[in-house]
Design a protein around this ligand. Sequence first.
Ligand code: GTP
Ligand code: MG
Length: 413
Amino acid sequence: MADSNFIDYVKILCRSGKGGAGSRHFHRAKYVPKGGPDGGDGGRGGHIILKGNSHMWTLLPLKYRRHIFAGNGESGSGGRSFGKDGEDVVVEVPCGTVVFDAETGEYLTEVTYDGQEVKLLRGGRGGLGNWHFKSSTNRTPRYAQPGEPAIEKSIILELKVLADVGLVGFPNAGKSTLLSAVSAARPKIADYPFTTMEPQLGIVSYRDNRSFVMADIPGIIEGASEGKGLGLRFLRHIERNAVLLFMVPADADDIEAEYKILLRELEQFNPQLLDKHRILAISKSDLLDEELMEEVAKTLPTDLPHVFISAVTGQGITELKDVLWRAITDDDNRLATPDIAHRSLDDRHRVQEEDDFIFQYTPTDDEIDEEAEDLRSIDASTWGDDYDVDADDEPADDETYRWDEDIEPEDHH
Ligand SMILES: Nc1nc2c(ncn2[C@@H]2O[C@H](COP(=O)(O)OP(=O)(O)OP(=O)(O)O)[C@@H](O)[C@H]2O)c(=O)[nH]1
Ligand SMILES: [Mg+2]
């Protein structure tokens, strides 16, 4: 496993950029005595954005990237010059990446389609320069706003393979052999358990140029939901499949009993998995003759369709594809799929509005009080009393500003 390319779990520390400070500057020029406040605004800190990329199949590129930091905004300067915005960081992830808060384990969001952008951490807004705070009572504000702080969050990215059909079976059931028989994928096949150590995807072509994606998942054993065998690590991939194809070999002692064990493991992992369409394939049917097959058929569970298949002789493969296609395209199933995708679905995050970040900076009450106190002290400043400012030039309302009020400087976005 050490040299595996398939990485489906990474933990990363992310930090957005902090906002640049507003400038506290007064215009100075020959023949313009007391030119007035002209400190510009600080630049915005960089955002952290996740972006879906359908050409990525693993989180490997992120494995060694322990930190992702966006750039800080630069401070404003004299002459109402704006500070430069900090650089945004766009992190590309495979489709099917689910994001959790590393501290709380809370589900945050997911990236499902190519090009989708999820705004994760908002960069701090830049502070306003002192010329915003000029007023009739204070023509020489010595106050400028600091920039908003950066936001730091540890996140966990989990990849859940997006496939139409997931293969569910004990080790050695013939899952990889089936995938290699119906697709161009070439998974490793051998007669020992746990040959498959990581999920493999294959595209199965169906008639009329249609196709669907099948995922070969490592074998499940009794106790997998408690971590036995390869355990939980791969059970989660099944969450994203639209249809589950159970595979039990024809030479099993009791097919129904094996099917029930598999079903119980899925249920213990996530009961909603049982809402998916299920199909039972009796693999290695070349080991049975007609007569035996009829005998076996009588012992099969009756609550799901079954198909006798052999990846070796090709028996039942066309029928299997038909049954799978019908299940995949079944509208009832389509509707059921999005809801069962993950734990703790949070309404707040479902719609990602244009500037709706998952984490934004919100000042505490103390910080708001401190800010207001600073602004009040502007009035107490001196040396402006005799300073002449054209009355029309003054901001009409008072300059009390709170970070959460979102004042936009007129000519800047
Ligand atoms: N006779 C017969 N043997 C098969 C058939 N399909 C698979 N086998 C054999 O069964 C053994 C296991 O096959 P795999 O495809 O590796 O099984 P798996 O379910 O992927 O196993 P794990 O990856 O360990 O979970 C191999 O020796 C295959 O040759 C079949 O249709 N007929
Ligand atoms: Mg296998």
